[in-house]
Design a protein around this ligand. Sequence first.
Ligand code: T5A
Length: 212
Amino acid sequence: MEGVFLTLEGLEGTGKTTNLAFLTQLLEEAGANVLVSREPGGTQLGEALRELILNRHDLQVSAMSELLMIFAARAQHLEQVIKPALAEGLWVISDRFTEASYAYQGSGRELGSAAVEVLEALVQAHLQPDVTFLLDIDPELGLRRASATGAPDRIEQEGLAFFERVRSGYLSRAEQFPERFKVVDASPSLEQVQTQLRMHVSALLNEKGLAT
Ligand code: T5A
């Protein structure tokens, strides 16, 4: 039996971490076996690369090097964690995946989508998430929320214009792939955000034959 692959995307402070727990709970209550992971990360190599990408403020990292390290982490994550879990029939939720590369490196760093597409084809072949939840938020509000959670990492130190480009990148991908993306307005209260998520998850569980 093949599992189900869900990804959670959005700007910093949009509520991914908070809502990951909520999604997991909804799925487990419906009887799904859930595996939660994250990118960059999810494996020992991926977590080491994450540290280099986000927290080594002493290193110079070009946009292309950043993209390649993220895909190196993703290749390991896919082989070691995601594919085996899907093969076992688990529901895998990844806190960020390739849509973040289109949004942050393709749009934010202005590398363009073609560079991301080449690596996506090489690393993933035809594997795509079944559903991508995009928590959409105005960057100013997202960054304000994120600033409450600790010191900014290397990417969080970017200016507002960068995050505006990231947001437009996400939204234009959502327009391009309306079947896979579920866009959720992340600006209202947590309760209102979770009402929207619950609606999408109920539809998905029905589609997969699991009662809610
Ligand atoms: N990256 C990653 C790339 O550039 N390319 C890639 O391909 C990939 C995979 C990873 C970084 O790596 C980059 C993107 C990122 O810069 P990350 O670990 O995913 O970073 O983390 P961040 O997005 O930085 O995580 P944050 O913790 O900042 O944001 P979250 O998880 O979206 O937000 P969360 O849940 O921690 O919430 C932030 C605060 O807001 C509150 C929460 O309680 C918390 O205090 N909150 C709300 N408050 C009011 N109303 C609501 N609706 C709220 N929802 C949450």
